[in-house]
Design a protein around this ligand. Sequence first.
Ligand SMILES: Nc1ncnc2c1ncn2[C@@H]1O[C@H](COP(=O)(O)OP(=O)(O)OP(=O)(O)O)[C@@H](O)[C@H]1O
Ligand SMILES: [Mg+2]
Length: 339
Amino acid sequence: MTEEYAIEVQNLSKKFGDFLAVDNISFNVKKQEIFGFLGPNGAGKSTTIRMLCTLARPSGGDAKINGYDLLKQPDQVRASIGLVSEKMIMYEQLTAAENLRFFGNLYQMPREKIDRKTDELLALVNMTKWKNAQIKTYSTGMRQRINVIRAMLTEPQIIFMDEPTLGLDPQTTLSIRQLIRDINKNGTTVILTTHAMVEAEALSERVAIIDHGKIVALDTPQNLKKLVKDADLTVISARIPNLTPVMAEHLKALDCVTAFDQQDAYDIKISARGSEGFDRIIDSIRHDGGNITMINTNEPTLEDVFLSVTGKAMRDQSEKPKMSGRRHGPWGAPRARVR
Ligand SMILES: Nc1ncnc2c1ncn2[C@@H]1O[C@H](COP(=O)(O)OP(=O)(O)OP(=O)(O)O)[C@@H](O)[C@H]1O
Ligand SMILES: [Mg+2]
């Protein structure tokens, strides 16, 4: 395995009957990176994670996890990873400490190490005082914190997290995101699936956008945004009280100007591309005795990236509608999570 990579995936596929849920995907995850998997409901995110965690058998392709062959060394793969799954796997009647002990025993961890890690991890998520309370008395956010530290118990080098903040309130969501950053800072590689675009962007060093089982784009959020047409467009509004046709012609002729719109005798709107020409526009307006009234940069979102690479909208139902009143796309209603 190349030293640089924690995970190397080659031509991985998963069929359910005739349905291709994961369609020949290849990607690498760097060591100690937070790698985001972003896509709409049914895109194949969980299926991919399940295959990489040895919980589902690939229909084709292969992967190396921590240098171990997914198909030939599943036990070693399992021993070196942690999973925060979509479904919480915890015993309601047991306390947090008992659940963690049960899980540690499955992994044949020494009792002393289980106890030490339990105290350390409960402290990390501010749950020490709930150590001996049954899970059934916990709020959703508390459960999710235990769910996350359960995956950290065995000190895996890689942690997979399938929608770690789904269904959590905004405050708990932020605290889980911070926990993910902290886990990563301690050297753990994190693979995260989400259909929250802000989450993918806020956490991930690189994001793979997945749709209909295929990776349609993969890069840093910053580079992905460059795929969007007019990503670097800035609109400058200005008022020039003594605006003359010569001044207008001069502004229009500047290299970076893509559109010039004179709204009345002295209000103008200029669209410009790139940042170099920017100073020249502002200098010219000032030179003409004008004032800048507004500058709007057109910072694209990952939603715009999705639209640009798939031709359809991807709306995350958990986010607030935009001011522009973007309509709901074929993202669909939130699925009832009863599986
Ligand atoms: N065990 C299964 N049998 C048949 N079809 C399945 C099975 N598991 C998943 N699928 C189908 O495979 C596709 C991908 O599902 P998957 O759960 O991987 O999507 P996802 O990207 O995780 O979506 P979500 O955001 O809703 O969690 C879906 O169409 C799903 O219905
Ligand atoms: Mg899923």
